[in-house]
Design a protein around this ligand. Structure first.
Ligand SMILES: [Zn+2]
Length: 419
């Protein structure tokens, strides 16, 4: 396959290129200056990008596929809080509403929606605080079922805590034995601050034992005293696990005083902790109960980015008790993230796709990611000519290629004015 007349950031000094893909290996063989209108005769399938932007497939670094498409059942979240959502989810589990076939169909529908918006890689947290590990076992099958069009990583995520939920620690380990890719956790929901710290030490132990990365729902709470991020930085450094731990959400960081932040940021940087921030969802969930001057409750994306920390922007939910919206469109998430963080300056606008491509790829530790010769061909054609245009217009994906195979294509929308 050849994608001709492609605009690829960083390639050929801004000139258009042709991208050749080996159909057998699925890898990019060559990237060469575009041959122009006279394409040499070839057996290959040719897609003319016509000067449009070609990007690596987007990476969704934080989503819950096992929760997707369940909003309203057994009931709606009336308060809009995270805590009512967790309660609804517990009711749902206890009522036996999570049958494997339903979880499978809902998860695949959610993954498809994300892929149709340009995603090719997903890290999904999967609730393992269930003695049967029902969702985890289903998602393991889903991972295999959709691997031709999307790579999925499974996080063993104890939604109700590893100590707050009896046997939660054993269930996380059982999921790791059964093939979970990443260790999850939720220290701010453990019974005490000390239990939260102990939970992190235990989860890091498991990460070391099973050789996995760590991705913690950390300080997703409107409480400036919730300070587990610093524990993650300390454990990462102590164990020489730099670059292997991700902090998800960290809403409480938006409440930290400048003095504390000034001490915290260098520790996070030396531990090379990566961040998964979900601005749309945390704007919805956090800062409830205030009558005016409502806090935003979104981790300080700009401060983290400016300090050189790696920030991925993520969807988190597609229609579940936590968040009734969401469709896997990461361009909307980037739009929200840059707006809420006062980041509409050219240096962020013109590199906005980093937050949903190379940054989340670093969180996941993806190898061979990016449009380069020798890498697997995982790429999309956007109906735009710059990252700025993508952000401003929310441009559709016209072609998606995963492992060198076309996943889908769609026609550009044309508007015919009458005059
Ligand atoms: Zn989450």
């Amino acid at each position: 396959m050849r994608i001709t007349n492609a605009l690829v950031k960083g390639a050929a000094n801004g000139q258009l290129v042709d991208i050749d893909i080996d159909p057998i290996t699925g890898k990019i063989t060559t990237i060469t200056p575009a041959a122009g209108p006279f394409i040499a005769e070839t057996e290959a399938e040719i897609y003319d990008a016509a000067g449009r932007l070609v990007s690596p497939q987007f990476v969704e670094a934080h989503i819950h596929l096992d929760y997707a498409n369940t909003a309203g059942i057994p009931r709606d979240n009336e308060s809009g809080t995270l805590f009512e959502a967790i309660e609804i989810w517990r009711e749902r589990k206890e009522a036996g509403l999570n049958n494997p076939d339903l979880i499978r169909r809902n998860a695949i529908a959610a993954a498809k929606s994300a892929v149709e918006h340009g995603v090719g890689f997903i890290r999904t947290h999967v609730d393992v605080t269930d003695p049967e590990l029902t969702a985890f076992r289903v998602l393991k099958d889903v991972k295999e079922e959709i691997r031709d069009w999307c790579d999925v990583e499974l996080v063993a995520f104890p939604q109700n805590g590893i100590y707050a939920y009896q046997g939660g620690d054993r269930l996380v380990e059982q999921a790791l034995k059964e093939g979970a890719d990443v260790v999850g956790g939720i220290p701010h929901l453990e019974p005490t601050r000390e239990d939260g710290v102990d939970s992190l030490k235990h989860l890091f132990d498991l990460g070391e034992k099973y050789g996995t990365r760590i991705d913690i729902h950390c300080d997703e709470i409107d409480d400036a005293q919730s300070r587990f991020v610093e524990v993650i930085a300390a454990e990462t450094t102590k164990r020489s696990m730099q670059g292997l731990a991700t902090v998800s959400h960290s809403a409480a960081m938006s409440y930290y005083e400048p003095g504390y932040m000034a001490r915290l940021l260098p520790k996070l940087a030396s531990a090379d902790v990566t961040f998964a921030v979900c601005p749309n969802e945390n704007l919805h969930l956090q800062g409830r109960g205030y009558s005016h001057a409502t806090p935003r409750g979104v981790a300080p994306i700009k401060a983290l980015t400016d300090f050189g920390l790696n920030v991925a922007l993520c969807q988190d939910s597609i229609s579940d008790p936590w968040y009734p919206m969401g469709n896997g469109d990461l361009l909307r998430v980037v739009d929200t993230g840059l707006h809420v963080s006062h980041m509409l300056q050219p240096k962020y606008i013109d590199n906005c796709l980093e937050f949903i491509t190379h940054n989340p790829a670093k969180n996941l530790g993806l190898r061979g990611y990016g449009i380069m010769e020798g890498n697997p061909a995982n790429l999309i054609v956007l109906d735009a000519h710059s990252e700025r245009e993508v952000l401003q217009e929310g441009c559709p994906v016209l072609l998606s290629v995963h492992r060198g195979k076309r996943v889908f294509s769609r026609a550009a929308i044309n508007t015919d004015w009458e005059s």
